[in-house]
Design a protein around this ligand. Structure first.
Ligand SMILES: C[S@@+](CC[C@H](N)C(=O)[O-])C[C@H]1O[C@@H](n2cnc3c(N)ncnc32)[C@H](O)[C@@H]1O
Length: 507
């Protein structure tokens, strides 16, 4: 039975299955806070969708993260930690009964896991992705049938027999990547890049070699991707300079970080090329199902509204989480390597679905954009749904209160949360439009918590989806990671944030 939550008035929904008193107590306990903010609308939302919450082992954390891709042919050519696994995409496609002749959409394509699985299964697919790093990955991975194995083996032999020289060009550093490599590794890396430009090689081979060089940057650097930031090994000149400055100011040095063995460029390059050759050999021997896949470069907020309606049979995706992770910082080395300068990176950061504390509101721009495509009415519908969603408005108000009370680490969280859900509402509205009747949508996301306020991202998205016409079908809840002790849990001492896959259908 469908229910709506009307603005400023919480209507307890008529549930398919009324939650038991113990469940109700558990939810109230989880949301209970110091009384500074209201959580009634979120509790009502939990009750409204309680019947859809399905704990499952079918989609475990390994499948729903990059972990399972570490061993997966092709998918492990670029360690994209924010990705989900190929196996998850296969499972969802099979669950949805999608096969050759059908067409799917991946609005936040990342390292192109969904598109590559679609290619292997002969399913048409369109992806959208903003980061150029991911486009290089897609270009190189999707050409696996076109590589000349003999040429690649010759490059491997040459690389094994040749001592890398010193390049004449420098790595195209931006401020945050300065001193990421030892001078020797940087010179070797750039020497390989120069060689691959000048050697007599096919375009396909050049492309693959460029991806391989990009894929080894982290391994040969003093950095490690760590959620929101790049961590710096204490051996890096930058880390030493930073600590010296702190010491001069009488402050203690930052906690030391030792990354362990840092690979040299030759070793890392040979290992990665060898693995790519093995994968290509195996994949070229498989039969091919003809189909078409395309990755569109740009922001989903402006590409999706221009797509033709009613064309997709399924959507499988995972948007950036509302967790402050800044892809333009963690992938700064890779972005610089593919030619993004400071200005381009700042621009990309603002174009991301609001998931960092630096994102500005995109609402005015979206209004102009929808007007430019003669869809101002749709713009207004979306904005109205956001402003009349009681749980969402409660979240915005609570976060603002926590900010005003000085209980947020960074006040940018307020704008991020508002931007995140407002922009997601635009995406969800458009997903409904571009799906065919009968299509199913799977979205992987994580709930978050700021200033002690639980933000049930899965249910908020689901409620917006229902407002736009989707039928919520399931919220698969992944098993909790034991001993999860995030800062917030330490402080508030309750359960870990839910990680889930939400499933909606267009009837
Ligand atoms: C969680 S990752 C998706 C990973 C993907 N499922 C995979 O397996 O690699 C989210 C992706 O959304 C992209 N993204 C963020 N904002 C975007 C926007 N406005 N338009 C298009 N892509 C965006 C990010 O660059 C990131 O690659």
């Amino acid at each position: 039975m469908k229910t709506r939550v009307v603005a400023s008035q919480i209507i307890l929904p008529l549930l398919e299955a009324t939650p038991s008193p113990t469940y109700e107590a558990k939810i109230r306990d989880a949301y209970a806070n110091d009384g500074a903010t209201s959580c009634e609308a979120r509790i009502a939302l939990e009750f409204k969708y309680a019947h859809l919450l399905t704990p499952t082992d079918e989609f475990n954390r390994k499948l729903v993260s990059y972990q399972a891709n570490k061993e997966a042919r092709l998918h492990n050519w670029l360690k994209y930690k924010e990705g989900f696994s190929a196996q998850l995409v296969e499972n969802l496609l099979s669950k949805f009964g999608i096969g050759p002749g059908q067409k799917i959409l991946e609005p936040f394509a990342g390292s192109a896991t969904t598109l590559l699985v679609a290619k292997e299964l002969g399913i048409d697919a369109i992806g959208v992705e903003i980061l150029p790093v991911c486009h290089l990955a897609w270009e190189a991975k999707s050409k696996y049938r076109e590589y000349n194995l003999n040429e690649l083996r010759r490059v491997l032999k040459w690389a094994k027999e040749t001592v890398p020289g010193q390049s004449t060009t420098a790595f195209p550093h931006i401020t945050i990547t300065e001193s990421a490599f030892s001078p020797e590794q940087e010179a070797n890396l750039m020497w390989y890049a120069e060689q691959f430009e000048s050697l007599d090689l096919s375009e396909q081979t050049r492309l693959l070699l460029q991806l391989i060089l990009m894929s080894i940057l982290e391994d040969i650097s003093y950095t490690r991707k760590d959620g929101q930031y790049l961590r710096w090994d204490s051996r890096a000149v930058k880390a030493q300079g930073r600590d010296a400055r702190r010491e001069a100011q009488g402050k203690p040095p930052f906690k030391t970080f030792d990354k362990g063995k840092i690979l040299d460029a030759k070793e890392a390059f040979i290992t990665a090329l060898h693995q790519a050759i093995c994968d290509i050999e195996a994949m070229q021997s498989n039969g091919e199902l003809l189909s078409h896949q395309e990755l569109i470069q740009g922001t989903i907020l402006e590409t999706l509204p221009k797509m033709e309606g009613g064309q997709f049979d399924a959507v499988i995706t995972s948007p950036p989480y509302c967790n402050r992770y800044d892809y333009t910082r963690t992938y700064a080395l890779e972005l610089a390597f593919v030619g993004a300068d400071e200005k381009a990176i700042r621009h990309l950061r603002q174009e991301l679905l609001s998931c960092t504390v630096e994102n500005h509101s995109k609402l005015e721009r979206l209004e102009r954009f929808y007007s430019s495509i003669n869809r101002s009415v749709d713009f207004q519908v979306i904005v109205d749904v956001v402003s009349s969603n009681a749980a969402l408005q409660e979240v915005f108000a609570s976060i603002q209160t926590r900010g005003a009370r000085g209980e947020l680490n960074n006040k940018g969280v307020i704008r991020m949360v508002e931007g995140y859900f407002t922009e997601l509402a635009f995406v969800i509205f458009e997903l409904y439009r571009v799906c065919r009747a009968g299509a199913q949508v799977a979205i992987v996301n994580d709930n978050v918590r700021y200033g002690g306020e639980i933000i049930p991202v899965d249910l908020l998205m689901t409620d917006l989806a229902a407002d736009f016409g989707f039928s919520p079908e399931a919220v698969y809840v992944l098993p909790q990671r034991k001993g999860n002790s995030s800062q917030q849990m330490g402080k508030y001492g309750r359960e870990a944030n839910r990680k889930s896959i939400t499933i909606w259908a267009k009837h």
